[in-house]
Structure formats: structure tokens, C-alpha cells
Design a protein around this ligand. Structure first.
Ligand code: ZN
Length: 279
């Protein structure tokens, strides 16, 4: 059944996804540069901050805001390798993150690493919440951006949930927004790409209803910041190239970043009044 469905499914998903993304961009107003306050970006892994909000961070910085990036997990398990250990990969990714921050003008001093590994992220949620809460209290942002609760990526979704808890624990009353990353690959479906084709077919059939349940959000045109964002993304060589030459080392597909180079899209979880506006 897989062989029969997949060739039909992929083009249909791509079309549905493109339509959905266009409708999201059309329905999300541009992010205001007025009343800009300090921005805290909470990334599950080194690279999510660049993929999801490089242009937004630069715009905020140029308007005089302080920008801080907190990287929750070390990302050491992103690739399986006989040549590089998880610890070594985590170190490489940390250095890549610092280089990207330098390039974006945020500065490496603005990047904090919480250092949780993948297992700790799942097994020690309260420790993660406490660490994020400390970061929020120390930095005192008026705006927080993190990955989205609608992601099919487990770790992105876990961090989104823990950030929501940390905003409550810290008494944060500013704006909380979430940016999907992998979600844009399969549109409004929350199924993992390798889920059964039937599941994806069902999601496609439900597409109209899912698309109609639009979320309040904002979008940021990347425009003239596009080359800078591409250059920052290229700092993540462990993710964008086959670092070890091993067959198992799968980099991001070519042109994968394209969808993050027109607009950066954020769904609003709570607005400036602290009121909850999304699920
Ligand atoms: Zn990630």
C-alpha cells in the first residue's frame, strides 16, 4: 500500500501545504516594530533560532532591543555516527550557534546553553522548566519566541509546552509567540512524515477544516535580510552538509530553508495583556 500511495500523496501534500502556507501568510499581519522590548528566543536545539527567527532577531536588535537566545538541548543526537560522539557533536553545534549569533550581530555572549540532552528533556521536565524560568527572570524580556506546540517534532513540542509552564512560573506577562519549524513540511497535518500514508490521506481530507481553524499570529518579511539569514544558517555545517561523509549522516535537503526565507511566521500564544489567545 505504501508504494501505491506515496507517489500520489507527496504532490498532493505539497500543493495543500503551499496553499495552506499562503493562506496563513495572507491572514497574519506584519509584526509591529513599535514599542519594541527585549526579546528572548528559546530554541530546543542550536539552529532553531536561526531557522525560525533570524530576521526577527536582527530587526529587534536594529530597533534597540536586547536579544538573548537560550538553547535548551545540546542537539548531540541529531545524527548517528561511528566517527563523532554525541558529546563531540554537541560541542560542534554549540560553536556553530555562537558563529551564527556573531554573524547576526547578536553576539556570542547573548547565547545561553542549558545543556540538557535529549533524554533529560523527556525525563526531567521540572528541571527544564526551572532553568527556563531562571532565564526569563534574569533577562526580563517583554517578548518570548519559541518553537510550536503544533510541531510533529517531539522535542520542539516538548520545549513549547515547557516554555508555557515557565512563563506561568516566572509570572511573565509579555508576548509569547511560537514558530513552527518542521510543521511547514507537511502543512496543517500533525502526523510525522513517516506515519502511515492512510493517516496522511485522512489529514488531507480534513485539510479544509484544519486550514480554516486559523491561528492568530504575525509574520515578518525576511526580504533584505535574506542573505544574512542564509549565511547564518550556513554556519550550521553539521546540519547543512554531510559532516562525516557517512551514509547515515543526512543533512537538510537542498533548498530546505526556502520556506523560511520569505516570511518568518509566529503564532501568538499570549498577547501583551498576558491573555491567552491560542490553544
Ligand atoms: Zn530543532
Amino acid at each position: 500500500m505504501e508504494k501505491l500511495f506515496r507517489p500520489l500523496l507527496s504532490p498532493a501534500q505539497r500543493r495543500a501545504n503551499a496553499r495552506w502556507r499562503e493562506s496563513v501568510i495572507a491572514s497574519t499581519p506584519p509584526l509591529s516594530d513599535d514599542h519594541v522590548g527585549d526579546l528572548l528566543v528559546i530554541a530546543p536545539h542550536p539552529d532553531d533560532e536561526t531557522i525560525g527567527c533570524a530576521a526577527t532577531m536582527v530587526r529587534r536588535r536594529l530597533r534597540g532591543a536586547r536579544v538573548r537566545v537560550v538553547v535548551v538541548s545540546d542537539g548531540g543526537n541529531s545524527h548517528r555516527s561511528a566517527l563523532i560522539s554525541e558529546h563531540e557533536l554537541a560541542t560542534i553545534r554549540r560553536d556553530e550557534s555562537l558563529a551564527a549569533a556573531d554573524l547576526l550581530g547578536i553576539g556570542r555572549g547573548a547565547v545561553q546553553f542549558l545543556g540538557f540532552d535529549s533524554a533529560q528533556l523527556r525525563a526531567q521536565p521540572q528541571a527544564v522548566v526551572s532553568a527556563i524560568t531562571d532565564q526569563i527572570r534574569q533577562f526580563g524580556p517583554s517578548e518570548i519566541l519559541t518553537t510550536s506546540i503544533v510541531e510533529w517534532s517531539d522535542e520542539h513540542r516538548i520545549v513549547a509546552g515547557l516554555v508555557r509552564l515557565a512563563t506561568e512560573e516566572s509570572g511573565f506577562t509579555g508576548v509569547l509567540r511560537e514558530f513552527p519549524v518542521w510543521h511547514w513540511d507537511n502543512g496543517p497535518s500533525r502526523a510525522k512524515p513517516w506515519a502511515s500514508p492512510l493517516r496522511h490521506v485522512v489529514d488531507l481530507i480534513r485539510f479544509r477544516r484544519l486550514a480554516a481553524a486559523s491561528r492568530p499570529g504575525v509574520s515578518v518579511p525576511v526580504a533584505e535580510l535574506r542573505p544574512l539569514k542564509e549565511a547564518a544558517f550556513a554556519c550550521y555545517r553539521s546540519q547543512t552538509t554531510n559532516l562525516t561523509g557517512e551514509e547515515t549522516w543526512r543533512p537538510f535537503p537542498d533548498r530546505w530553508l526556502e520556506k523560511f526565507l520569505d516570511h518568518e511566521i509566529f503564532f501568538t500564544v499570549s498577547d501583551a495583556s498576558g491573555a491567552s489567545v491560542a490553544e
